[in-house]
Design a protein around this ligand. Structure first.
Ligand code: DX5
Ligand code: ZN
Length: 226
């Protein structure tokens, strides 16, 4: 079983001290940094854009996993590639021709990811699984950090994992939203390769490195029993 990756998301971090937050998860052993871009159209809130990605790029060498929750992502993928995104993820619900958008991302250099929101069936991305380096299965409806994982999204991860194995594809599955130490083992058992963790890493209860350690320990217990 390849090592499971953890990708902290910064939505609930103290952005006044973004550099400290980056350093804390870097020291805590994060594998990717997950950056949530929201435009106020595809999802109601507006978060941040390419200037913040560019800023984070200057702070770290960790891969930047850019989650575009934006309408018409094809108009912006070039800017996010230029800003330093290593994986650029677009929502299938936001793309007219998701195959073209994924091809465009790869042509620009980054790895390409496609995301499915909880109500969106896997059939909508079936034709692009071999064009995606990663699929983000949303565990919550996109737009806000700190929500509860919707349990029905785990069977979706399981189904996708089976489909990828059947086709011999190396596409990775990332689960995003509601992941915490109490359900991380279930996410891994369902077949996720990458876990996004926002509020379970950045919260008032413990420092990020300690929260990451708790997640890592749960994951390690599944890895050891695999
Ligand atoms: C939700 C975002 C997620 C979220 C993760 O719209 O895409 O990345 O911030 O945060 P938690 O782990 O708190 O659900
Ligand atoms: Zn996200």
């Amino acid at each position: 079983m390849p090592a499971i990756k953890i990708a902290p998301s910064f939505l609930t971090a103290d952005l006044a001290h973004l550099g400290d937050a980056v350093r804390a998860v870097e020291d805590g052993g994060a594998d990717y940094l997950h950056l949530d871009v929201m435009d106020g159209r595809f999802v109601p809130p507006i978060s941040f854009g390419e200037i913040v990605i560019e800023t984070v790029r200057r702070l770290t060498r960790l891969p930047l996993d850019v989650h575009l929750m934006i309408a018409e992502p094809e108009r912006h993928v070039e800017a996010f590639a230029r800003a330093g995104g290593d994986i650029i993820n677009v929502h299938v619900e936001a793309c007219e021709r998701v195959d073209d958008v994924l091809a465009r991302i790869r042509a620009l250099g980054p790895r390409a990811g496609v995301c499915v929101s909880p109500p969106t069936p896997l059939s909508t991305i079936d034709h692009v699984l071999d064009q995606a380096d990663q699929v983000i299965v949303m565990g919550v409806n996109p737009g806000w950090g700190g929500q509860q994982l919707i349990p029905e999204t785990l069977p979706k991860v399981r189904e996708l994992r089976a489909l990828l194995e059947e086709r011999g594809l190396a596409t990775e599955i990332e689960i995003d939203g509601g992941v915490k130490a109490a359900n991380a083992a279930d996410c891994v058992r369902a077949g996720a390769h990458v876990l996004v963790a926002g509020s379970s890493v950045f919260n008032d209860q413990a420092p990020p490195a300690e929260n990451l350690r708790a997640l890592r320990e749960t994951i390690a217990s599944v890895e050891a029993s695999a």
